[in-house]
Design a protein around this ligand. Structure first.
Ligand code: ATP
Length: 241
């Protein structure tokens, strides 16, 4: 079972607290304009970022331009370092390798961009072994979109109280959860969240727009409000939500 490089993000009633932690970055190159690459390109472009789309298939490049899912799109073979260099791909600080089904091309492309010094390379893996190879050639982050979407759906269906989630490593996360009935009217000290659950409360929602960061131990919790906690995934699972 794949358990590396997971990232979950779904928004039921999230206050987008975690979104504020993500790094500002204005330009992205996306290599591979299959369904996944197109979806990443379209989302980033819609958010106002500059996106360069790349594919070896000129029909997909033309489609990306026609559908306005990227600022620019180029047809090239990303296994060729010179082609990437000429297209200016090595100047981007973030490059997304969205080639899931062509393992050799995906590995060589990742190696090319890492060897050229691109600082942030995110690569899509289709299998666990593919993910390990991408890490070996230097990918800074490996994503498994099908696996992650399936897991996120399962969480959403079974744990609707989890509003947002940010994985720090495979064992530790920061989650935004709805305060359960059992915690209603109790203070952080009374609940002994650190000693009984091993969790640190980072923030509690004041209302639907603002969080109280680093709440005091005498802060009282109320059912249905959101709180952000940091801890081990096993401990987070023990919350009565
Ligand atoms: P799906 O579309 O099924 O979600 P995916 O997004 O992982 O899967 P793939 O089937 O892996 O997509 O294809 C990714 C894209 O990468 C294809 O459009 C393909 O033309 C492109 N591609 C493959 N090899 C190269 C290469 N050497 N240089 C540039 N683009 C490539």
């Amino acid at each position: 079972m794949v358990n590396k490089g997971q990232k979950y993000s779904w928004n039921l009633r999230s206050l987008n607290f975690l979104a504020t932690l993500t790094r500002e970055n204005k330009q992205f190159a996306i290599i591979g304009l299959g369904r996944f690459g197109r979806s990443v390109a379209a989302s980033l472009h819609k958010m106002g970022y500059e996106v360069l789309g790349v594919d070896i298939d000129e029909k997909l490049v033309a489609r990306a331009i026609n559908d306005s899912i990227a600022t620019h799109a180029i047809c090239l073979d990303s296994t060729e370092p010179n082609a990437l260099k000429e297209a200016g791909i090595f100047e981007f600080d973030t490059v997304i390798i969205a080639i899931g089904n062509y393992i050799q091309e995906s590995i060589i492309t990742t190696l090319n961009v890492k060897e050229a010094g691109v600082s942030n390379v995110i690569a899509k893996a289709s299998t666990e072994i593919h993910g390990k190879l991408l890490e070996k050639v230097g990918a800074d982050r490996v994503v498994f979109p099908e696996y992650e979407a399936g897991e996120a759906l399962a969480y959403m269906l079974t744990k609707p109280a989890i509003l947002d989630r940010f994985d720090l490593d495979p064992d530790h996360s920061i989650v935004e959860v709805l305060i359960p009935e059992e915690f209603d009217g109790k203070t952080i000290t009374e609940l002994q969240l650190r000693s009984l659950y091993g969790l640190t409360v980072l923030a509690i929602a004041e209302d639907d727009k603002k969080f109280d960061i680093n709440p005091l131990p005498n802060r009282r919790l109320h059912q249905g409000m959101a709180m952000v906690v940091l801890g081990n995934n096993k401990d987070i699972k023990r919350l009565p939500i």
